[in-house]
Design a protein. Structure first.
Length: 337
C-alpha cells in the first residue's frame, strides 16, 4: 500500500503540472485587462503603470512561473527568482499573485472564504452521507416495502428538483411566512455568547438542509443499487448458511463490499465542498469559494479564476488517490503491492 501511494503521488505531480499549464494558458489567452474596471478618466500612462505593477505585461513563461510559485509553501527557489527577476528578499512579492479586483493577494482571499465554505457546505455534505447510507441500505434490504417506496420518492424529488427552487421555497415558507430563520447568511456574524450561537445555528439550517437533501438523494439511490447487487451474491448465501446473524451479514459482509463504488462518489464529491455549491451560495448570500469564483468571473479577474480552478483540480486528483486507498481498506482482495 505504501509503495502504491508513493507511486500515485509521483504520477500526480506531472499530471498537476500539465493541468496547471493548460488552465493558465487557456485563461491567460482569454480577453481581460486589470484596468478594464477603472474609470475612463484615468490616464493611459497610469493604466500602463498598473499593468506593469500587476505583472500583466510580463512574458507568458514569466507569468506562469510567478503564478505557479504561489502554491509553494516554502521559500522560493533561487533559480526561480532569477528567472522571474524577483529577489528572495522581496517580501511584498514573495509567492504572491495579486487579484485584479481587490489588488490583494489571491491566496488571502481564498483563506478568508474557506471557513465559511467548510462550516456550511462541509456540514451539509457530512449530514447527507449520514442520511443517505442508512436509507440506501434499508431500502435495498426491504425492497418494495413502504420504506423503500417512500425513500425512492424523496430521493427522486431531491435529485430532480434544482437547489435554487428548494432554496427559494424554504426562504418563502420559513423566512417570509413563518419567520423562523433568517433569509440570508450573515458571514460577518461572530459567535460570542449563547444567543449569537443560536443565531448562527438558525442561519445555517436552511442552506444545510437544501444541500444535504440534494446530496443524500443521489447517494441513497447509488447505495441502494450497490447493496441490491451484493445481496444476491454467493458469498452472502454462504455467510447465511454458516449461521451468521442477519445483522452481521448485512453490516459487515454486504455493506463493506457495497461501499466500494459508493466511496468513489463520496470522494469525488468532496472537492465540490471547496468549489462550493454556487447556486445555493448565491441564494443564501454565503461568501464561500463558489461565490468568489462567480465574482472573479464577472469581474474578469483572471488570476483569481486561474488559482481557484487549479485548486479544484488539485482536490480532484488528491481525492481520487484517497478513493483508491479506501478500496484496499474496504476489500482485502484488492492489493496494490
Amino acid at each position: 500500500m505504501g509503495r502504491f501511494i508513493i507511486r500515485r503521488l509521483l504520477i500526480a505531480i506531472p499530471t498537476l503540472l500539465v493541468i496547471s499549464f493548460v488552465i493558465f494558458a487557456i485563461l491567460d489567452l482569454a480577453p481581460g485587462d486589470p484596468t478594464s474596471g477603472l474609470p475612463l478618466t484615468v490616464p493611459a500612462e497610469v493604466r500602463e503603470q498598473i499593468r506593469e505593477a500587476l505583472g500583466f505585461n510580463k512574458p507568458f513563461h514569466i507569468k506562469y512561473l510567478l503564478w505557479l510559485r504561489q502554491f509553494v509553501v516554502y521559500e522560493p527557489l533561487s533559480w526561480l527568482d532569477q528567472a522571474t527577476g524577483i529577489s528572495i528578499g522581496d517580501a511584498a512579492n514573495r509567492t504572491r499573485i495579486v487579484s485584479w479586483q481587490t489588488r490583494g493577494p489571491v491566496t488571502d482571499l481564498i483563506v478568508q472564504r474557506i471557513p465559511q465554505t467548510l462550516w456550511v457546505l462541509g456540514s451539509a455534505y457530512i449530514l447527507g452521507i449520514l442520511v443517505a447510507v442508512p436509507v440506501g441500505v434499508i431500502s435495498a434490504y426491504k425492497q418494495y416495502s413502504w420504506f423503500d417506496q417512500l425513500g425512492t420518492f424523496f430521493s427522486m424529488v431531491g435529485y430532480s428538483v434544482p437547489t435554487f427552487f428548494t432554496g427559494l421555497l424554504m426562504i418563502i415558507i420559513f423566512s417570509v411566512k413563518l419567520g423562523w430563520f433568517p433569509s440570508f447568511y450573515n458571514t460577518m456574524h461572530e459567535v460570542t455568547d449563547w444567543e449569537s450561537f443560536i443565531f448562527q445555528i438558525k442561519q445555517m439550517i436552511m442552506p444545510i438542509i437544501v444541500l444535504s437533501f440534494f446530496n443524500a438523494a443521489q447517494l441513497s439511490r447509488f447505495t441502494r443499487s450497490s447493496v441490491l447487487d451484493n445481496l444476491n451474491q454467493d458469498y452472502v448465501r454462504t455467510a447465511r448458511s454458516k449461521g451468521l446473524r442477519e445483522r452481521v451479514v448485512l453490516l459487515i459482509h454486504v455493506l463493506r463490499n457495497s461501499l466500494i463504488p459508493v466511496i468513489t462518489l463520496m470522494a469525488l464529491g468532496i472537492p465540490g465542498i471547496f468549489a462550493g455549491a454556487i447556486i445555493t451560495e448565491q441564494i443564501f448570500r454565503i461568501n464561500g469559494m463558489g461565490q468568489l469564483l462567480i465574482i472573479a468571473i464577472q469581474g474578469s479577474d483572471i488570476p483569481t479564476v486561474q488559482t481557484l480552478v487549479f485548486i479544484f483540480a488539485i482536490l480532484i486528483v488528491v481525492f481520487n488517490i484517497v478513493a483508491d486507498v479506501a478500496y484496499g481498506l474496504l476489500d482485502p482482495r484488492i492489493r496494490y503491492d
